[in-house]
Design a protein around this ligand. Structure first.
Ligand SMILES: [Zn+2]
Length: 122
């Protein structure tokens, strides 16, 4: 009997996409300070406005910005400040679009689509 090639679990694929996306993210923007408090403390972390558990916006360019450890971890994303700054940067309609995707389930094929999209990001 032929063995079917083992498919990667979703969590493995999510981690692979994280790595792909982060390469783009850190290259694309010349970040030198925390998005939500302007601290120039290094290192910076991959911070999210809507937490990355919401996979529909996990790799959304308007949902992630660099944050210091304090904002990212201790302040759990410093979300109120994140919202204020994101509103100014991308506009309230875009912020609302992102927030509306919070907690929504992914659809069939989403991970494949994202992989293709992220590979094409420059
Ligand atoms: Zn900060």
């Amino acid at each position: 009997m032929l063995n079917k090639p083992k498919r990667k679990s979703q969590s493995v694929r999510v981690r692979e996409l994280d790595n792909l996306y982060k390469k783009f993210f850190w290259n694309k923007f010349d970040f030198d300070s925390c998005y939500t408090c302007d601290d120039k403390t290094v290192p910076l972390f991959w911070g999210h406005f809507v937490p990355r558990g919401s996979k529909l916006v996990r790799w959304d360019i308007n949902n992630s910005r660099p944050q210091c450890f304090e904002c990212n971890n201790e302040l759990r994303g410093n979300i109120e400040e994140f919202r204020i700054r994101l509103n100014k940067e991308v506009g309230p309609e875009e912020v609302e679009r992102i927030e509306n995707l919070k907690g929504k389930p992914i659809y069939k094929g989403f991970i494949n689509n994202e992989e293709e999209r992220i590979k094409g990001l420059k």
